[in-house]
Write a protein that binds this ligand. Sequence first.
Ligand code: 26W
Length: 816
Amino acid sequence: MTPEPIRTGLKVDALRQAVLDNLASLQACYPDIATPHDWYMALAYGVRDRMLARWVSTVRSFAARDVKAACYLSAEFLIGPQLGNNLVNLGIEAAAREAMRSLGQDLDALIALEAEPGLGNGGLGRLAACYLDSLATLEVPAIGYGIRYEFGIFDQEIHDGWQVEVTDKWLQKGNPWEIVRPEVSFYVNFGGHTETDADARVHWIPANRVKGVAYDTPVLGYRVSTCNTLRLWKSEAVESFDLKDFNVGDYYGAVHEKVISETLSKVLYPNDEPEIGKRLRLAQQYFFVSCSLQDILRLLDMKGEPIARLPEMAAVQLNDTHPSIAVVELMRLLVDERRLPWEQAWDITQRTLAYTNHTLLPEALETWGLPLFRDLLPRLLEIVYEINRRFLDKVRRRYPGDDARVARLSLIDEAGEKRVRMANLATVGSHAVNGVAALHSALLRQTVLRDFAELWPERFHNVTNGVTPRRFLVLSNPGLAQLLNETVGEGWVTDLSRLKNLEAHASESSFQERWRRVKRLNKEALANLIRARVGLAVDPDALFDIQVKRIHEYKRQHLNLLHVITLYQRLRRNAQLDVAARCFIFGGKAAPGYHMAKLMIRLINGVAEAVNNDAALGGRLKVVFFPDFNVKNAHYIYPAADLSEQISTAGKEASGTGNMKFMLNGALTIGTLDGANVEIREEVGAENFFLFGMAADHVDRMMREGYRPSDYVDANAELREALDLVAAGHFSHGDREMVRPLIDNLLHSDPFLVLADYAEYIACQERVSAAWKDQGRWTRMSILNTARAGKFSSDRAIREYCDRIWKVRPMRIALD
Ligand code: 26W
């Protein structure tokens, strides 16, 4: 049997030889002295080689054929660790495991070594990564465009119960998954002024210029030859060293420009939701958008396509408003550089761009002050004015005399300090606008973008989010994946609706036994990790009640905590109380400047300390704050959950995607009618979902008619007792001052209606405990959650974008 080629062979022998070759040729060492990092890099480069073959074929096919590509512009791509995912998508995990075992290495230990590329904050960034996986798996030509942050989202440590941010040095040991493209680089202007020449052509005379250099990461589809590209831009100085300054001894001067320019892609802003309006943030956004659009036009030129065909060749998706300056930058490139007439340029821009909104929270809708905008992007502000002038002319013709509507629709908020409204700009410059869940898209039309929805109803769509079953089941829950393969065949991985075939087995006791066995092993694995990371022993037989997501008041981690405290009080009052043993697991990062969120983390840890050390509870309650929740740790958490906490105030969580990952892994959801919870409950059936709380319209009415939180305290003794315990410092070593901001917030304003939903939540949790007692019923509901999760595959969402918004079709790749 002819041996496989070392660089592309997929079997054990070729892989083993590739690793040994790479140890020598890339790590410059040999097995006896190789460190675990050397083995990891040697294997990673071997896996990369197998992807490159497909990468090159994909790029060659794309260049040769008249096909339209999807270009996903996002300030965040939370791609997670790559090795395990690439092994699964290549279909060589077993072969690699054997090859490494034969070399005395443990594949899982090597996978655990990889530094996670934390190039995102949470939902929005992870969604972008899931979508790249689905685009490649569906063989759709696509490019992800973003920023190669040198420092991603901070690592979270917990010291004395408080979050401490630690710099994320993900690039410290090198990144085998990226390839630098020094020749794919563009200049980006900042500051300065504009001049108009004799033939009315506007020239931007910038104060500074930086260079953007492309770093490409391959994105391989599952068991296909399509390998798309994630192109991330790094900022560099045009002149990285100024000899003149150096020669006159001004050593700092000599490297000043280098330092300034490189800051653009230095660090990810760790905020998700509260808008920060920092100059560097706008510069970052313009930097990657300008590089990306220049690159898209360059690819069009390389294909010999006229600029007028841009809308037929590229569908550019704006992942929230963060890249929405693209509306203006594309106009600048088409009008100023390509000399197109304004009307033609505008038509091309609108037909090329589309915008996805991910939040209704007013404080998260980006706006930029005119002074900052003018100072940093003078030419773009001129174009904003012209876009606005022409747009409002149309509005005035449509709604004569309706000045209030004109003011609301304007790209410029004239009230107070004038600001550019990025959501309005994104909507005006796009042919399609979508929300990320049915409820969210409806609320978008009724609230934030109401005037636009009335103006252009045909532009508004909904595309409910999805998650990739490759990473969030095949890779992170191999036990369940195996059971699914044996029960419904392997087709579900790329056609998640096939999980429906599980329903027939939902009440079979033998199947239920195997199902519980898988969940049990995953809970043991998480329990071991909790022991290692937090030093706490938890009981895998307990109900694993998990809430993991960014810490935010609208996500209501403090409502969850009030349930924990209520149970704690009940058991302290009556140790014989018949409640199901519960292990409460919290996880999530707080934006460094978000003090209420940091206080919530501190209080969770304070409650954990009190509960976990209270012998009277007999170990029936355990509370864990799992540190540094990220994609890597999520691999252990979603498969081990029995109960998924999705308890945001209705109308606040645009969609949620963790809720989908929990459902896919057989967890039952306790939640409100918010975001995608509504559709999860529709798919799984109301009888398999623990619902509580006010619906969005009730919340809205309550907030408009005036809400008095103290009424709910007066009406509920357990609630008062729980709040009093916190206020008394019971969970803060007697420090009342520490918790006062949280207590005062709840008692006096409670903007997210925690106290109003408390009673129903507690009652719902009692229904959960009752259901848990009947393991047959619980397991049946668990199986039905997985069986009916098909809709929430990111493959379904991407097919909807391709058909309804991008008009992009798959392109089969023939491997050379
Ligand atoms: C300007 C600061 C900032 C940064 C990030 C504002 C807003 C954001 C994101 C929009 C926040 C985000 O991640 N939103 C989440 O997006 C997910 C994917 O669509 C949804 O599932 C979540 O409900 C939504 O909160």
